[in-house]
Design a protein. Structure first.
Length: 276
């Protein structure tokens, strides 16, 4: 039997440090870590969104330190955002979503100062962060009467989702997912299914290309969730690719040195027009 990576297998690795930490609000979680390559730039940039079942007690932005450092070594900047999870004051609906949107918008405002090229940008999200990365790209599709509606959100041209949970209604009905089902009620509040301004399928088509990378043996996010979302997104008219990695679980998706991360890095660099 294959031994899949555990979280301690990743977090016990030596950890590099970001080049700057930027506050975008008053809460200690209103922070962005910038991983910036050497040189004046402007550098292509990844807008990175961590997972952790939308709960800060499970994970924060530091879980992405290893892949952020790896991308920095290829000449790609990383805008690694944090946000209040549903288990924090002000998190849930609408705070978690407003935090993610504010952190993303800050990239547009600060790009010139940090030598970042937002015309060469891709959003990358892992697990619950995959849902939020897609949601950021979907903001122009939000109902105008939604409390989350923004008339001028950051334009995201491409999204890469790693072991993501795009369909909140499916997560709420799937007790075999590693986040459980009750977290969705905390995330969406008293809004009824299909969660029209928070779940991704009701917002399709997004109108931007999407790539999903999924571990075939992922025990936290069942593989079928990627298959089901890709089918629905393609039916809506979106251009979506599914990249299945055999003998791969959930942690491998953000662990440098694994086939899953190697494939993801290739997708990122291709989307940015960059080379390693």
């Amino acid at each position: 039997m294959t031994d899949y990576l555990t979280w301690p297998d990743l977090t016990a690795r030596p950890r590099e440090t970001p080049d700057a930490t930027i506050a975008y609000g008053p809460d200690p979680l209103h922070r962005i870590d910038l991983w910036r390559p050497a040189g004046a730039g402007p550098h292509p940039v990844v807008l990175m969104v961590h997972g952790g079942c939308w709960q800060t007690g499970i994970a924060d932005r530091r879980l992405m330190d290893w892949v952020a450092a790896d991308l920095r070594s290829t000449g790609v900047a990383v805008w690694n955002i944090d946000y209040r999870g549903v288990d924090r004051d002000g998190g849930g609906y609408p705070g978690t979503f407003r935090d993610a949107a504010a952190a993303a918008d800050r990239l547009r405002g600060d790009a010139a100062a940090y030598g970042l090229d937002v015309s060469r940008m891709v959003a990358v999200g892992h697990s619950a962060g995959g849902h939020l990365a897609l949601w950021l790209a979907a903001q122009p599709r939000l109902p105008i009467d939604s409390p989350l509606h923004d008339p001028d959100p950051l334009s995201i041209p491409y999204v890469i989702v790693l072991g993501g949970l795009p369909d909140l209604e499916a997560v709420a009905a799937s007790p075999d997912n590693g986040c459980g089902t009750e977290v969705i009620a905390q995330l969406v509040g008293d809004r009824p299914a299909p969660f029209a301004d928070t779940s991704i399928p009701p917002l399709l088509p997004l109108g931007v290309p999407q790539a999903l990378v999924a571990g075939r043996e992922d025990r936290i996010v069942p593989y079928r969730m990627a298959e089901d979302y890709v089918a629905r997104a393609r039916k809506s008219g979106d251009v979506v690719s599914l990249h299945t990695v055999a003998e791969t679980g959930h942690v491998e998706l953000i662990a440098p040195g694994t086939p899953a991360w190697a494939q993801t890095r290739t997708l990122i660099l291709a989307a940015l027009g960059a080379t390693a």
